[in-house]
Structures are given as structure tokens and as C-alpha cells.
Design a protein around this ligand. Structure first.
Ligand code: NAP
Ligand code: MN
Length: 283
């Protein structure tokens, strides 16, 4: 957890990240003016709180931009479209948000991140990444063949288009399209999803999503040394000479400033189901 800021000891430093839409840019300008006249400081390089204006994708970009400060920085998402999973302030609530920032006491809510460790078959050093939504390994040119291990035990040989591992907050993004379960972000877990596995009398995979706890890890050993596409959130990272990938729940977490709380299942309902009809239907 980030340290609780001593109230009144130092001015809260804020960074603002906006997407390219005209509306977001306009709200960013208004926000900037309001923050400054409220006596708050703007520091794009070393912020205490990162404010994003746009959608979930905007928060995803901001997360990667401020990854080096992940232990101490807190995020706040303002959405200019629909209610998002990482964005729960509306654009017309900017004044209320500025007041919350003025009275900030450093409180936060923290969600799990995915740790991705890449090993290579040549002498390249291992590489580590953090994902907020998911990491996806795919082969677009031929069948991807990988061995899946859970902890140190062989689990299955996978043949198909690819595999994706997501965080709980990422479970409402790509993972959901792959048939994954929606996972409450207080669960310290990650979910493995198949992408078009080959399943017949010869080849067998589990064929359903699989969720592991924070005490376990998943390793994928690459069999046919192809040139795979690795996606970490919105970033594409083509890989050659990959030998294996290790996925686990990171020790690091993402922190959100918790000036108010929208229950997770309300967000899920809002995003995928919508309000119940006001009047009861007869049928
Ligand atoms: P994008 O193509 O602009 O966004 C894809 C959609 O995913 C947007 O509607 C975005 O919301 C939404 N989204 C992002 N994170 C989410 C989350 N945690 N829960 C629910 N919805 C979420 O790409 P992007 O904005 O850079 O985001 C990259 C993410 O898109 C990837 O991490 C992946 O999860 C997702 N994606 C999904 C599919 C799929 O469902 N088939 C395919 C590719 C990528 P906003 O409009 O609010 O930004
Ligand atoms: Mn987007």
C-alpha cells in the first residue's frame, strides 16, 4: 500500500493524461485550470496522483507511462464516454474531484497485476513485464504449439491460435471475449484463456478457462520456436527465440485513489447488462 500522505505537509502533485479526442482535451484544459486555482501542483514527471481523461484504454496507457512509479503513484480515471472499469468519475464532476484532491488523505484501493517473465533460447537476458489487463501470445502464421506447466508440473500440450492470461480487472476486457469468467479484483488470481484450441481425438486441452491463485504460476514452454506476437495490454511486442514465459500474480499492485467507491458488480452490470426496466414487465 502507498504511504498515507500527511495532510497539509506538502502539496499534492498531479499529472494529467488525456486521449486525443476533442472532448477529452477540452476537459483536460479545464481540469488543469481548476487544479492550479485550487492550489494543487501539476508535475508530469513525479506525480503523487495521475488523473486520466478518456476511457479504460487511456488509463491503460497512463499505467504503462508511470510504471516506474507504480509503488507510490495513485490513479484516478475520468471518463468522457461510458462508465469504465478503471474510470468512475464523470466529466461534469470535475469540481467535486478537485475538492477531493484538496482534502486528500492518501487513501487507496489496490488491485492485482500480472507479472510476465520472458526467457530466450539465445543468450538474451530474461525480460520482465507487468500487465494491467492481460498478456496474450499468438501465432498468426501457423499453429502455435506450447507446453503448459502449472507450478513445476506438466499440465497440457496446447495447439491452437494462442493463449491469454489476464488479471481480475482485465477479466472484463479481452478475457471476457475469450469466454473467461469475470473475476472480482479483490481476488489475488490470474486467469488463463485458450484462443481457438485444436481439440479432437489426437489433441487435447482443458478447453475451459483456468484460474490460479497468487501462490502458483503458469509456465508456457514454446515448442516450435516461431515468431510469436506477444501483447501486453495495448502494446504489441513481436518476439523471436522465445523459450518460455512465466506468468504469476505480481507482488506489485496498481493503486487507485479511493475518494468514493463504485461496487465492482455495479460496474459489470452497467457495462454489460444495463439498468433494469423501471416498470415491471408482465411477460
Ligand atoms: P481498444 O481496441 O481501443 O479497446 C478495446 C475495448 O476494451 C475498449 O472498449 C476499451 O474501453 C475496453 N477495455 C479496456 N480495458 C478494459 C477493461 N479492463 N474492462 C473492460 N473493458 C476494457 O484498445 P485499448 O483501449 O488500447 O485497450 C486495450 C485492451 O483492449 C486490451 O488490453 C484488451 O483487453 C482489449 N481488447 C479486447 C479485444 C476483444 O474483446 N476481442 C480485442 C483486443 C483488445 P475504452 O473504450 O473505455 O477505452
Ligand atoms: Mn480504447
Amino acid at each position: 500500500m502507498p504511504k498515507t500522505r500527511q495532510k497539509g505537509r506538502q502539496r499534492l502533485k498531479l499529472a494529467i493524461v488525456s486521449n486525443q479526442s476533442t472532448k477529452s482535451k477540452r476537459i483536460m484544459t479545464q481540469l488543469e485550470e481548476k487544479l492550479l486555482s485550487a492550489g494543487l501542483e501539476i508535475d508530469q514527471n513525479d506525480p503523487d496522483v495521475v488523473l486520466t481523461v478518456g476511457g479504460d484504454g487511456t488509463l491503460l496507457s497512463a499505467f504503462h507511462r508511470y510504471l516506474h512509479l507504480i509503488d507510490k503513484v495513485r490513479f484516478v480515471g475520468i471518463h468522457t464516454g461510458h462508465l469504465g472499469f478503471y474510470t468512475d468519475w464523470r466529466d461534469y464532476e470535475v469540481d467535486q474531484l478537485v475538492r477531493s484532491l484538496q482534502n486528500d488523505e492518501g487513501t487507496s484501493v489496490s488491485y492485482p497485476l500480472l507479472d510476465v517473465m520472458l526467457s530466450y533460447s539465445d543468450s538474451k537476458a530474461d525480460k520482465q513485464f507487468l500487465a494491467l489487463n492481460e498478456a496474450t501470445l499468438r501465432d498468426f502464421s501457423k499453429t502455435m504449439v506450447v507446453d503448459v506447466y502449472i507450478k513445476n508440473d506438466f499440465f497440457e500440450r496446447f495447439r491452437g491460435d494462442g493463449l491469454s492470461v489476464s488479471t481480475p480487472t482485465g477479466s472484463t476486457a479481452y478475457s471476457k471475449s475469450l469466454g473467461g469468467a469475470v473475476i472480482h479484483p479483490r481476488l489475488n488470481a490470474i486467469q488463463l484463456n485458450e484462443i481457438a484450441s485444436i481439440n479432437n481425438r489426437v489433441y487435447r486441452t482443458l478447453g475451459s478457462p483456468l484460474i490460479i491463485s497468487g501462490h502458483e504460476w503458469i509456465r508456457i514452454d514454446i515448442k516450435n520456436g516461431g515468431n510469436y506476437h506477444l501483447n501486453i495490454d495495448h502494446l504489441t511486442i513481436p518476439q523471436s527465440k522465445l523459450k518460455s514465459i512465466m506468468f504469476s500474480v505480481s507482488r506489485k499492485k496498481i493503486h487507485f485513489a479511493s475518494y468514493r467507491h463504485t461496487p465492482f458488480w455495479r460496474r459489470v452490470n452497467d457495462a454489460f447488462i444495463g439498468e433494469f426496466p423501471k416498470k415491471e414487465q408482465d411477460d
